[in-house]
Design a binder for this molecule. Sequence first.
Ligand code: PRX
Length: 675
Amino acid sequence: MEERIDVPEAEIAVHWQEEKYYYPPTKFITQANLTDEEVYERFSLDKFPECFNEYAGLLDWYKHWERTLDTADAPFWGWYVGGRINASYNCVDRHLAKNKNKTAIHFVPELESEATQHITYQELYVRVSEFAALLRDFCGLKAGDRATLHMPMVPELPIAMLACARLGVIHSQVFSGFSGRACADRIVDSGSRVLITMDGYYRNGAIQDQKEKADIAAEEAAKGGHSVEKVLIWQRYPGKYLSAKPAVHGRDHIVNDLLKGYRGRRAEPVPMPAEAPLFLMYTSGTTGKPKGCQHSTGGYLAYVAGTSKYIQDIHPEDVYWCMADIGWITGHSYIVYGPLALGASTVIYEGVPTYPDAGRPWRIAEELDVNIFHTSPTAIRALRRAGPDEPNNYDYHFKHMTTVGEPIEPEVWRWYHNVVGKGEAVIVDTWWQTENGGFLCSTVPALGPMKPGSAGPGVPGIHPVIYDEDGNEIPRGSGRAGNICIRNPWPGIFQTIWGDPDRFVAQYYARYCKDQNSKDWRDWPYFAGDGAVQAPDGYYRILGRIDDVINVAGHRLGTKEIESAALTVPEVAEAAVVPVADEIKGKVPDLYVALKPGFEPSPELHKRISDAVVTEISPIARPAHVWIVPDMPKTRSGKIMRRVLAAISSGQEAGDVSTLANPEVVDELRHMVAV
Ligand code: PRX
């Protein structure tokens, strides 16, 4: 095992002060969806798993399920087994009878000169049906096939997702900011033959060429022996082609042209088994290869509908804005599937929050009369720095706000509450992961008081527990941190890692499993991989990842992935990545590299190494610093001591280094980094 680098961080964190409570405003409570104190009783472990029938009951089913939870193949849980359902029908068609004129999606382009589009449920129905017909008839896609999407934040992204879901095609959206190569890895892993992308989109006032990434993705996939047969390219402006790269004959097709042949065509939703996979979402884990988290149709949709209703407090008349990217799980669950399943109006913003200035989000909120706002601590920090008083200039009123993705500092939380929320909004700090489908810990907004920096208790039906290294439960209020786990399965939990069931069991269930042959869910606690501490009031404070993952701006990046990217530069012999605290992004990666003999550091080489990380992964993974070092601190058995590098990067004491094979290197590196 490598040295764990974040143990000291966890130890520091438990010395944090307890914060005082903030109480939800009466105005919020009087309109809230969930005000019943009995809810925790209704979702107690005695009532498990049938308590979750309440969530499935929020949806329309073709066929009612026979068993709420099937544990026969533990820990591969089956939810609502025997039921048949279609996610696209639930997010679109079923709202037509009463609400076809209602806005489903408000699309806000990044350029303020471009008008906001208000897409009604009827229009969404037409566009999803026509595109589904195209996927079925032109691409030959059918239930169980995979399609990779590499789409920016435009309405065509949820349209493509819902079109896939309509046919039972498993979509795999890759974050648009990821490189062509990162996209290729995910195409190959999922076995997608169709790639759906867009020619370009706006970011920070400039057009980004997205189609050029599709060329790289297809070429790289081909090198891996996998053929992308069709690339479907949406035009950001129909009729105009934005990319510098020409369409490849026979492979590339302009969607907006093809769609002309599908006018008026309707693909009927396919009644899918509840357990059929709905989508894959790739995430970074303890080894270099990203994992395709496979989410189910019935369980996932029920869970995001239930939590959107009770934790997000979405009512059909709300204007709900989750300022995240649909390319991450937050966007899948809480921009697309949850809000649309409930028939709300969901906002999609194309660009960066601070473009063209830090007042932009608040202008959008004012114009659309947004009343529920959802974002990450990174975005909150950035907006606070760029325009601490900006919210005061705009007349909007949030009833509810969410923070998600990383721990939020109490100071930043208070700015969010007092300035962004004008002291009027309730805040939920929601802890969960790509693997989980929906929220795990959060206060129920009308029931529990808020505590800055704390995620709160498990949401109804989620029963967390903190174990120490030996599997003993750490009692609440002990002040000790440990590994947070969930005692019970829940409908939103992912079904497996695509193509790698052994890794699924090993990574998420083996750690504290009491009996590997057991069919009883009680023997299979879910291991989240986060450190946490539970306060005397039962609230959980999440301390961060305990594995080799860096959470940059709320996005999980595998340290191994970044290191492998650096190693693609021929001069690089060794690479090590460590997290460093950053005022805006929470954490950023620092990259240490040692060169092969005969090579010298140069500014050009620095740049090439940094660029390699961007090309292989994404600009979000770009190292804050690339330190080209003469040698890495190593144990006698030759392992790189990342803990020591992390301490050097953060200007902290490195602790006892006497056991290193080369302790003298520590001072040398410290000097280098300090200059
Ligand atoms: O470490 C936790 C942190 O983000 C990780 C999950 O990242 P990802 O799968 O990318 O999903 C992000 C959005 C759901 C977790 O293991 N994390 C997420 N939410 C919080 C958090 N840390 C503290 N507080 C949160 N509210």
